[in-house]
Design a protein around this ligand. Structure first.
Ligand code: SAH
Length: 465
């Protein structure tokens, strides 16, 4: 096919970014905003040798999985890639993706998979689940002050409809309105990416869903917010307002947050709870964005770990210790490893405020800390280091082979693998299956409804010594 050619195709699959995939005479086309099952008329925008990208021109016959997007800007925003897909179909798609990866890339036998795979766990209400939102502040095409998202590769901002993103907390709308009104009233300029001038860059909003506590942090290109008391006076009237601050970011960069936080009102942090564990979250802390699903996800990790109170557990890629502190309640000792020092500070503080004394944290790369520990232990004691359970929750690229090798050497009875990318999970499962471990439980979770992302928890047991 060639550029500008028109074709009518049926969408048969969905790509990693949520784009529909169909074939025109055997030639594969990727079509943004098309849903599996749609028959669509498309125009080829870019043609490569074996595949091309096409624009959705007309829906000839809508898929029975197609629903009307709740947000009128869903297509332009790009934050929700699959809002036009029925939620049950989203779940089925994600489950199928995990299953196919384990089958094809993980080489897990089909009959085993059928036995061990539990039904996908989704949300009852797949909107308003995010406890964190970040909006750039700027001007729309008409020059009005607004908050929303950048329009394509431009510097102008498309407002979030009604300033109310449907993935976020209801309070965000009121907070954004107050901030924009304040800016207008006192002539506070939004930051302009092109010129590097102006003050207010982004607004970061967080809510502790279990406590109702709210946090507002304005990212500013300066060190002072003029007439801050006027803004604070209005914001603190919102029930739950707990922490107001500025983050100083004077760099010309895409990075949103600056590293220095100037407190304006209330505490430096908000508190939230996942299950029985309390967490203090500051503007720079990493924290899971969907606490309701996180509790279910980590609940499954805990269940799969089958702890009785006598186990030594490693939690690799532990972040702020969310999983470690969950596990510590039922294990003898937990060791967490994480590469970001600030996250480990948070993990230690969270252990302290929960009175958890059997969790210890190390800063470093999991693929270095664990092998080093193993080598040192062997040298000092003449014996091999062992663990009862090892939990991993790596970033998308999965586990380094040096780490998997050490995990196998430590002979844990169970390995619990929490994964945000089922392709790398499958690759690592293949390694573990080849080295004495077998898959006993797998379950997909949906903490990121309306997006293409899926989390998986997989439990492997040691089957030979
Ligand atoms: N379980 C954590 C989140 C895990 S996300 C929680 O719930 O808070 C993956 C984490 O791995 C991130 O915190 C990231 O900083 C960390 N990380 C990335 N590469 C790493 C490596 N090579 N070794 C250790 N940690 C790493």
């Amino acid at each position: 096919m060639q550029k500008n050619e028109i074709a009518v195709i049926e969408i048969e699959d969905m790509g990693a970014g949520g784009e529909g995939i169909g074939k025109a005479d055997g030639y594969t086309l990727f079509v943004k905003d098309a849903v599996i099952g749609d028959v669509v008329e498309v125009k080829v925008m870019k043609a490569k040798k074996h595949y091309g990208y096409a624009r959705l021109m007309k829906i000839v016959k809508p898929s029975d999985q197609r629903v009307a997007a709740r947000c009128p800007e869903a297509r332009r925003c790009g934050g929700c890639q699959i809002q036009e897909m029925d939620y049950q179909a989203q779940l089925a798609f994600k489950n199928r993706k995990v299953r196919n990866h384990l089958l094809r890339l993980g080489e897990v036998p089909e009959e085993l998979l059928d036995r061990v795979m539990e039904p996908v766990c989704g949300m009852e209400e797949p909107f308003r689940y995010r406890n964190k939102a970040q909006f750039p502040v700027g001007r729309d095409r008409e020059g009005n002050l607004t908050a929303g998202f950048y329009a394509g590769r431009t510097h102008s901002i498309i407002p979030v409809p009604e300033l109310d993103c449907l993935l976020g907390a209801k309070e965000n709308q009121k907070i954004l309105r107050i901030i924009l009104e304040y800016m207008k009233e006192y002539g506070v300029e939004p930051y302009d990416e092109e010129s590097g001038r102006g003050l207010v860059r982004h607004v970061l909003l967080r809510k502790g869903f279990s406590t109702g506590e709210l946090m507002v942090c304005l990212v500013i290109n300066g060190r002072k917010l003029p007439r801050a008391e006027a803004l604070i006076g209005r914001l603190k009237e919102i029930p739950g307002m707990t922490s107001i601050s500025c983050s100083v970011n004077m760099e010309r960069t895409n990075v949103i947050m600056g590293s220095e936080i100037l407190p304006l009102y209330g505490k430096d942090y908000i508190t939230d709870r996942i299950g029985p564990v309390k967490y203090q979250i500051s503007p720079l802390s990493f924290y899971q964005v969907n606490p309701v699903m996180t509790e279910k996800l980590y609940g499954a990790a805990l269940e799969y770990a089958e702890l009785t109170g006598s186990e030594v557990v490693w939690d690799l890629y532990c972040g702020i210790g969310t999983i470690s502190l969950f596990l510590a309640q039922q294990a003898k000792q937990v060791y967490g490893v994480e590469i970001v020092p600030a996250a480990i500070e948070d993990a230690r503080r969270n252990a302290r405020i929960n009175g958890i004394e059997n969790a210890e944290f190390y800063v470093g790369k999991a693929e270095e800390v664990l092998p080093d520990y193993y080598a040192r232990y062997e040298k000092e004691t003449g014996r091999s280091a062992r663990a009862d359970v090892i939990v991993v929750d790596p970033p998308r690229k999965g586990c380094d082979e040096a780490l998997l090798e050490t995990i196998v050497k430590m002979q844990p009875e169970r390995v619990v693998y929490v994964s945000c990318d089922s392709a790398t999970l499958a690759r690592d499962v293949k390694y573990l299956r080849g080295n004495g471990y077998e898959v006993r439980k797998v379950r997909a979770f949906d903490p990121f409804c309306q997006t293409v992302h899926v989390e998986t928890v997989c439990c492997l047991h040691r089957v030979n010594s």
